[in-house]
Design a protein around this ligand. Sequence first.
Ligand SMILES: [Zn+2]
Length: 406
Amino acid sequence: MSEWQFRIAVKRAGPLLRCNFLMYSAFIFVFFTKSANNLDKTFSCPNSLFTVLSQIIFSFLNKVIEQYDKELSMPISKFFILLIIFIFNFVIPVNTSYATSVNDTIPNNILMYHRFDEIKYPSTNIRKEQLVSHLTYLKDQGFKFILVKDLLYRDKLQEKSISITIDDAYLSFYEVGLPVFEKFEVPVTLFLNTENIGGQNYMTWGQLKDALNRGVDIQNHTHSHSSLPTLNELEIANEIEKSQKLILENLGITPNLFAYPFGENSSTAQNVVSQYFDAAFGQHSGAFSINQKYFIPRFPLNENYGSIDRIKDASSVLPFNNVDIQPSNPYQIEPITRYVLDFQEDASNINCFISDFQGSFNQTTTNLSSKLLIELNRIPVKGRLRFNCTKVNNGIFWFGYQYLIN
Ligand SMILES: [Zn+2]
């Protein structure tokens, strides 16, 4: 390590750090003297133990210093001081930056609904009384209701919150859902696919304008509601541009958030979407985390998965700090059986539940410190392949991911 590097370190350390260093040194010196004097008294030493000890230490240090002064181009005393300042310079800022990352101890999750009181479609419908029970529970538990756009742009909230999103702009949202949300004073985000507007069982532009005026945040969900992995880049861009244009013409707004139709996407789709929007949402369960900004999980609620227990889990689970999953492309043309998840923390207590349309997998999992190497016991079938990994440690941590197998 050269002298200029130390000089830079001293400069970077700044006066506060240099003073801290002096204070720590003084503290250690005083503490050491005090305990040494006590030892002198306890053992009734004729000479001060501290004096003897310090003589030994200083004579040893002098020897070392003499030797190193010859070998180094600068005095060893200066070397030591600079070395300590250099170390402090790195240790102290690192500690303070950790102190501010209280992030992942407060849940800030996202729920997703489609239809309201349309009992013909139980997999996308929620009954009105279920919705009322969800909102009552969340209010009683003290959750703050915020729009997803506020969740994204606020640097990790310091209070537990919940964000509600609705996909597709069905008429039942306008007629059944919206009045309930208004009664509970819950702000909601509607992801809109423009081609169906004015069609049977869909809202009209007039109703959308009214919803917008009543505080509904309206965002983009493509034009034709096609599954994006089957489209090429140009086709995806056309979907986005067409719908953005219609929304601007009819509502006078330009959405900056996007939800993938069916939650299905690919690396290509994410790339194109990222050129138009600030973030994009899937339809897979998982605690909200900003780490995968173009594939954010949302908890789907419907008649089958709409119990209070489901709401309890969905609203309370916490995100892992960061998870890297390989392969990272959510679209697989050839189904893959080997996966690597890096949790960037000890992964020995993390369990992954993996399933596709055929059911759950009996996978073989190997734990290598922060990584889980997963080998599926069969080839996943066409359709959605879901990963749900959880850890229990002062709360439940939940990482979710969804692949689409061609
Ligand atoms: Zn949709």
